[in-house]
Design a protein around this ligand. Structure first.
Ligand code: ATP
Ligand code: MG
Length: 386
């Protein structure tokens, strides 16, 4: 086992989005220097990092500069190409490994991994050829056609009810490799974040109950008994076996569907901190970003403890257009007058519909109090109730 990288070392991240920004904040708080590689000169993480390398993810000189600057490198963005991580790994410590990221980036490989781990997922078929399209079982309809690669926030997906709709949706996706997933009757959704060290030790954050709207996460609730104990147990066991099966090092989020009969099926994994884990910054003594720092630096992992019930509201760009057609700043002062309101904005200059601009976490001393304040915040912001 290598000695841990102690504060004073430089930690790097591929990708400059909000997840990278919150990783940078956590790393800097602990006394690390930081570097970001992102093609956007004005990226949310680049703005707050000691070093910002403006380069495409596969740019050899840019990768070389990042490797030279950093003692260890992680990733924050689903679509940072796995080969870029593989190249960096020739020079420095990289976690999660390119091989794990490559599996998470391809829905077909990801599902094959779930099957290998004995964790149930939605019935599906891989569609790469016209023959496979023709051979699709009718039992998969109605279903959701998803591109195997480069989807996020419900992008690269189409809901299809008939074979004709399936064929035309695949044509719209320019016949790229896809999976067709059976549409399942969901009672709820939840996710689990685990952190796994190079020595195989694992810790987890409390289970997150998630509400999606239009394919985008809208609300996450984290409190004891947000889910029945048996479901929590099986979600945790599944998440841990998925992480161990990958020999994963880093922070991994596993998203689940809860079916109407109470059973769980895994939806997908994210090889990084996840939007549904943001409440951990305000309701746990160790956040998902600190876990990312610890796994990357090879520091000890301690089981996080939740100290307050919490509810997170995603702040999408839509909220800037609630009051007028022109972009208008939401009423932050009113929101911040609410007890237990923690505002996180990602420093994105321009709001647009569907864009993740920030999130608001509400904490309190009881679930009822947190929910009541969260509903007030939602009303102020123009977020639909829940
Ligand atoms: P993200 O990266 O933001 O998690 P994504 O683009 O990868 O999103 P998915 O997680 O595949 O998309 O799907 C988004 C949402 O659509 C799910 O959280 C769920 O609400 C719904 N959904 C997806 N697949 C199914 C399914 N097979 N049956 C029922 N609902 C589904
Ligand atoms: Mg998802």
């Amino acid at each position: 086992m290598n000695a841990p990288l102690l504060p004073g070392a430089t930690l790097g991240v591929m990708g400059g989005g909000q997840l990278g920004r919150m990783f940078i904040h956590a790393a800097q708080r602990m006394g690390y220097f930081t570097a970001v590689l992102d093609p956007d000169a004005d990226s949310p993480a680049g703005r707050v990092s000691h070093h910002h390398i403006v380069a495409e993810y596969l740019d050899a000189p840019g990768l070389g500069q990042l490797a030279e600057t950093c003692d260890a490198i992680t990733t924050e963005f689903e679509n940072v190409p796995a080969p870029a991580l593989a190249r960096l790994a020739a020079y420095t410590t990289v976690s999660p490994a390119a091989a794990s990221v490559a599996i998470a980036q391809d829905r077909a490989q990801e599902k094959a991994h779930f099957v290998r781990c004995g964790v149930p997922c939605a019935p599906y078929a891989v569609i790469e050829t016209a023959e496979q399209l023709a051979a699709v079982d009718d039992a998969l309809l109605p279903g959701i056609l998803k591109t195997t690669r480069l989807g996020y926030d419900g992008k690269g997906q189409a809901r299809v009810s008939t074979r004709a709709e399936l064929a035309s949706a695949w044509a719209v996706m320019k016949n790229v490799a896809c999976v067709l997933e059976k549409m399942l009757p969901l009672a709820a959704e939840c996710s689990v974040i685990v952190a796994r060290g190079a020595d195989g030790q694992m810790v987890n954050l409390p289970i997150q109950r998630n509400l999606h709207r239009d394919g985008i996460l809208a609300v996450t609730e984290v409190y004891e008994e947000n889910m029945p104990a048996a479901q929590v147990e099986s979600a945790l066991a599944a998440a841990k076996s998925i992480a161990s099966g990958l020999n994963y090092v880093g922070v991994l989020c596993v998203e689940f569907f809860v079916l109407q009969d109470g059973s769980l099926v895994v939806n997908e994994i994210a090889p990084r901190p996840h939007n549904s884990g943001h409440a951990s910054m305000d309701c746990c003594d160790v956040s998902q970003f600190e876990l990312q720092v610890r796994t990357l630096a090879g520091l000890p992992l301690v089981q996080p403890r939740q100290h307050s019930p919490a509810l997170m509201l995603n702040l999408l760009g839509d909220l800037w257009f609630v009051r007028s057609e022109q972009s208008t700043t939401p009423p932050w002062a009113e929101v911040l007058a609410l007890p237990g309101a923690h505002l996180h904005l990602y420093g994105k200059a321009k709001a647009s519909r569907g864009r993740k601009m920030g999130h608001l976490t509400l904490t309190g001393d009881s679930v009822q109090a947190v929910r009541a304040v969260a509903l007030q915040a939602a009303a102020l912001l123009g977020i639909e109730g829940f």
